[in-house]
Design a protein around this ligand. Sequence first.
Ligand code: G3H
Ligand code: ZN
Length: 285
Amino acid sequence: SLTTTGDLVTRAATTGSAVASFNVITLEHVEAVIAGAESMSAPVVLQVSENAVKFRGGQLLPLARAAVTAAEQAAVPVALHLDHVRSDTLLHQAADAGFSSVMYDAARLPYAQNLAATRAAVARAHAQGLWIEAELGQIGGKNGRPPLDAHAPGARTDPEEARAFVADSGVDALAVAIGSSHAMTTRTAALDHDLLARLSAALDVPLVLHGSSGVPDDELTAAVAGGITKVNIGTALNIALTGAVREFLAERPEAVDPRDYLTLARDAMTQTVARMLKTLGAPTA
Ligand code: G3H
Ligand code: ZN
């Protein structure tokens, strides 16, 4: 059934768990996330990033409609979240397209501009009834962000600055930089648990971990215990998808029907989703 991100995050906070939020690019991602969530009887967030919308020629609706339909038919609660949004046009389309939440990303800007842009986005989001997450202390590894080819595991969110940022912007949740980095293909990130404890003590909004594909299982478990209530996972699904396709085509170079390898790719993503949900101790739906 289709639910809201706000509800899922609140539920996770009260049970000491975290909501897994998976980035979807293709229809197979959508199907795999829901199949994996159903196999674990866990609620889940499907998130579509602005970059994924760009990949679809700037069109939000093709993927959004597929995600809404899949969510409505799912045997577990599923929420839709628009991720890493910078475009006002996209922000305006979110609620009508079935999304209950957005992550507004102005973390690349200096503090004062990030705050001003986020505060304006909060007003627009709340006017549409959307739950809104923002980021402070730029989490590295996003395309187009300097340094282009490097992750920035050194970025950190300052607790006092974060307290002021949350109070002055009115955001519903905050993405924090505590050592994770986007698009890692090895699970080798080391999180700063002491900083997470200080952020958790300083802030009364849910905390979000980005770049979770690069975080080892034990570090994820500790982050959830330390107060992270939304865990964003993208690259892990793409590793599973591409790995399955690569392996199949290496063995069967004469194959042409995409269903042959997309079936395997979707199954591999489903297993990754189930494994991550188990690690996060997601509440049963
Ligand atoms: O917002 C999306 C997440 O931060 C995904 O990061 O692809 O490194 O898992 P990841
Ligand atoms: Zn992210």
